[in-house]
Design a protein around this ligand. Structure first.
Ligand SMILES: Nc1nc2c(ncn2[C@@H]2O[C@H](COP(=O)(O)OP(=O)(O)OP(=O)(O)O)[C@@H](O)[C@H]2O)c(=O)[nH]1
Ligand SMILES: [Mg+2]
Length: 265
């Protein structure tokens, strides 16, 4: 369990996987008309996250139009637990590998006007979804989560990752402009119409860096949303600091050497 200061307190009880009441499922289906008919899709990449899904899926607001779980061919009960917790969930089976590949598949499958990216491990808080959606409705094209602006924070980042992220943020600010306060963070939301403009082609954890740089290059209206990142509830993260940090560095370099031209759509 996470205390108010963001530190782990005691041990976490495994959450029971309970089937939601029919009226909650019906409410979810019929409540897609909020925000003047704007439909919100939540894309959840998941690789062996069965234990964590009970902390995530039931907390997604019921007015969300659809939740898409992109399963990275999990060998645990990720898919069956997801279906139990949320019978109306859309499961997309990943063919390729990596979080970036999973997200791209999820974005392609999404039918909503707005897409929200949400991790399956309990790090990103579904209660923050309204802040992201509200930022888009207020005029932004791309609502980018930040753990380092006012009111934000993280208890899931050891010092070396903080330092690395800070270096990458500084380099991106110097090379591409903008005023990002965070870079390698996976909580973002955007209008689905911007996806084809970004021509995303990253497979791994560098997808977040690529999106953030290309959003700047495409002159999108970008707003940062203060977000708090909690530690994953159970299990080990897939991110490996050095190899994945290297992929981020290579992505920044490539985008600088050969700037992509946003698709004119
Ligand atoms: N479908 C799919 N999901 C993935 C893959 N790799 C990671 N994910 C999911 O992407 C999300 C973020 O991955 P994590 O392993 O938590 O990475 P992280 O948050 O950067 O690392 P930690 O801080 O150590 O948790 C989680 O929901 C993972 O289950 C993959 O190859 N395929
Ligand atoms: Mg994580």
């Amino acid at each position: 369990m996470i205390g108010q200061d963001g530190q782990a307190v005691g041990t976490v009880e495994r959450a029971a996987v309970t089937v939601p009441a029919q009226q909650d499922i019906d409410a979810r289906k019929s409540d897609g008309n909020w925000f003047g008919g704007v439909k919100v899709s939540v894309v959840v990449p998941a690789l062996n996250e069965a234990e964590n899904l009970p902390y995530v899926l039931p907390r997604i607001p019921t007015w969300v139009h659809e939740v898409i779980l992109v399963d990275g061919r999990s060998t645990d009960d990720t898919v069956s637990v997801a279906r139990k917790l949320m019978p109306e969930i859309r499961i997309v089976e990943q063919v390729g590998k990596g979080k970036g590949d999973a997200l791209r598949l999820g974005f392609e499958s999404a039918k909503g006007d707005i897409i929200v990216m949400l991790d399956a491990d309990g790090s990103t808080d579904p209660d923050e979804i309204p802040a992201f959606v509200g930022t888009l409705l207020a005029g932004a094209d791309f609502a980018k989560g930040s753990r380092f602006n006012q009111g934000a924070g993280t208890s899931d980042m050891p010092l070396h990752r903080r330092l690395g992220n800070w270096v990458f943020v500084s380099v991106v600010r110097a090379l591409f402009g903008g005023r990002y306060s965070d870079l390698c963070y996976g909580y973002n939301a955007f209008w689905s119409r911007v996806v084809p403009r970004l021509q995303l082609n990253a497979d791994g954890f560098e997808i977040e860096t690529l999106m953030n740089i290309r959003a700047l290059r495409a002159d999108l209206r970008i707003a940062e949303v203060a977000s708090f990142e909690a530690p994953r509830v159970f299990g080990e993260g897939r991110l490996q600091t050095w190899p994945d940090g290297w992929r981020v560095a290579k992505t920044i370099w490539r985008e600088w050497r050969k700037p992509f031209r946003p698709a004119d759509l």
